[in-house]
Design a protein around this ligand. Structure first.
Ligand code: AMP
Length: 215
């Protein structure tokens, strides 16, 4: 499958993508995960991105398109991909259209995960993430705690609260989302690719996507 997952921070894009990869071997491409890995490794990209990320602002489109142009041409994308957290702006969506045209790739759909704002705030403040940049498994201290407190079930690394998941930075990320990313729903509606789903319950989202892909 070749999908874009749209939705606010905390809507469940990462969790849904990880579950979908198990269906047909499509890969999850999370620009957030790639950027956090680059910040941790202090690569050029990481150094350029870290200030924006720690303030909860979007990283410039040119840096993001540089990542995506390379990533979409890697062999593991042949089976399909789930774009998680990209595109985040109209210019990114336009650049993605050009890139897909150049690579002769057709998207199946853009799925908008709809979750009430109170649920988003609750999820983001209780979310914890594996600190190992090649794992980044997602936990929740209330609904999905690791088996051993503070330790990732999958890789044994410490599970931490992300720097950008403090109440102030969360507020800034949601503002960026409302201003720059929410208009993408309209963009993909016009492209005839948009499907919206109530994403309060993850399983409902997976069933919805499976059904859409079959029809
Ligand atoms: P995420 O894990 O998707 O919530 O992303 C974490 C942070 O990485 C965001 O708050 C942005 O600073 C940055 N980021 C991730 N994806 C993008 C993108 N497509 N465009 C711009 N900034 C991004």
């Amino acid at each position: 499958m070749k999908l874009i997952l749209l939705g606010a921070p905390g809507a469940g894009k990462g969790t849904v993508s990880k579950l979908l990869t198990a269906i047909d071997g499509s890969v999850q491409i999370s620009t957030g995960d790639i950027l956090r890995g680059a910040v941790k490794a202090q690569t050029d990209l990481g150094k350029k991105a870290q200030g924006f990320m720690s303030r909860g602002e979007l990283v410039p489109d040119s840096l993001i398109m540089g990542i995506m142009e390379k990533r979409l041409q890697e062999d593991d994308c042949q089976k399909g991909f789930l774009l998680d957290g990209f595109p985040r702006t109209i210019p990114q969506a336009e650049a993605l259209n050009e890139l897909l045209l150049k690579l002769d790739i057709k998207l199946d759909m853009a799925v908008n995960l709809d979750v009430p704002r109170e649920t988003i705030m609750e999820r983001l403040t209780t979310r914890r993430t594996c600190s190992n940049s090649s794992c980044q498994e997602i936990y929740n201290i209330k609904s999905k705690p690791p088996k051993v407190e503070g330790i990732c079930d999958k890789c044994g690394s410490p599970v931490v609260q992300r720097d950008d998941e403090t109440p102030n930075v969360i507020g800034q990320r949601l503002d960026s989302y409302n201003e720059k990313t929410a208009p993408l729903a309209n963009f993909y509606e016009k492209e005839g690719l948009l499907k919206s789903v109530d994403a309060t319950v993850t399983e409902d989202v997976i069933n919805f996507i499976k059904k859409q892909l079959q029809s």
